[in-house]
Design a protein around this ligand. Structure first.
Ligand SMILES: CC(C)(COP(=O)(O)OP(=O)(O)OC[C@H]1O[C@@H](n2cnc3c(N)ncnc32)[C@H](O)[C@@H]1OP(=O)(O)O)[C@@H](O)C(=O)NCCC(=O)NCCS
Length: 195
């Protein structure tokens, strides 16, 4: 079971651990506190308890792994790693990360990515995939920084939560290459102390 304390760039300490079904109430509180700008481009409407509950049940199937970051027992970040159930994509794992607005730009997204990445290495995944809509600038930038390549852009392929068509951007990376990028990033970074 993953459970570790990490210090963010501003000195805040967070607990990063596996998510359990019992975290559902906390998770709903976290999702419902997200500003519309941060949840309108997500795959599903995370304010709906039934939707979130169903997705949490996927953890039991063993192809979905979820971690959370907590501060004062409240969720401030959420990460998901999902191994594809499709036969022809079974070598791929998709990563999704959400960080509460007051905790953004403090390195928490990187820490969650790092945890999910080490999971991908353990699971022998050949390709990590991140899918986002064009307005998700933070997500695109963090992926670029980590060494993901912009693989494909499909114009107007998905609809956001406000039913507005959006371009889908797919970025991918080999876990081993991402590891190199992470090492490079950490050694050049002034928050190496946060590791
Ligand atoms: C994407 C997200 C998870 C990033 O989390 P975060 O904790 O802010 O990320 P970090 O602080 O670790 O950022 C690492 C680097 O990514 C880049 N980055 C992150 N957010 C950025 C933004 N809004 N604009 C530009 N660059 C950004 C920067 O290079 C940053 O390094 P720096 O702060 O030293 O310049 C967060 O913005 C978020 O939750 N967004 C809403 C939900 C979402 O779009 N999720 C992605 C679904 S896959």
């Amino acid at each position: 079971m993953r459970r570790k304390r990490e210090t963010l760039k501003d000195g805040t300490t967070v607990l990063i651990r596996d998510m359990h079904y019992e975290d559902l109430d906390k998770l709903m509180k976290f999702y419902r506190s997200l500003p519309l700008d941060d949840r309108v481009y997500l795959k599903v409407d995370v304010t709906k308890r039934k939707v979130v509950e169903q997705r949490m049940k996927l953890i039991e199937q063993g192809t979905v792994f979820r971690i959370i970051a907590l501060q004062d027992n409240e969720i401030v970040g959420d990460g998901m790693f999902e191994i594809s159930k499709e036969e022809w994509r079974k070598h791929q794992g998709e990563i999704r990360v959400i960080v509460a607005r007051p905790y953004q730009r403090k390195g928490l997204g990187m820490l969650i990515f790092r945890e999910l990445h080490s999971l991908a290495l353990k699971k022998d995944i050949d390709r990590i995939v991140v899918k986002m809509m064009r307005p998700q600038k933070g997500a695109i930038n963090i992926c670029k920084k980590l060494g993901f390549h912009k693989e494909t852009v499909i114009p107007n392929y998905v609809w956001d939560q406000a039913d507005k068509p959006q371009d889908l951007i797919i970025m991918t990376c080999k876990p081993k290459n991402l590891w190199r990028e992470l090492e490079h990033f950490y050694s050049d970074s002034d928050w190496r102390r946060c590791r």
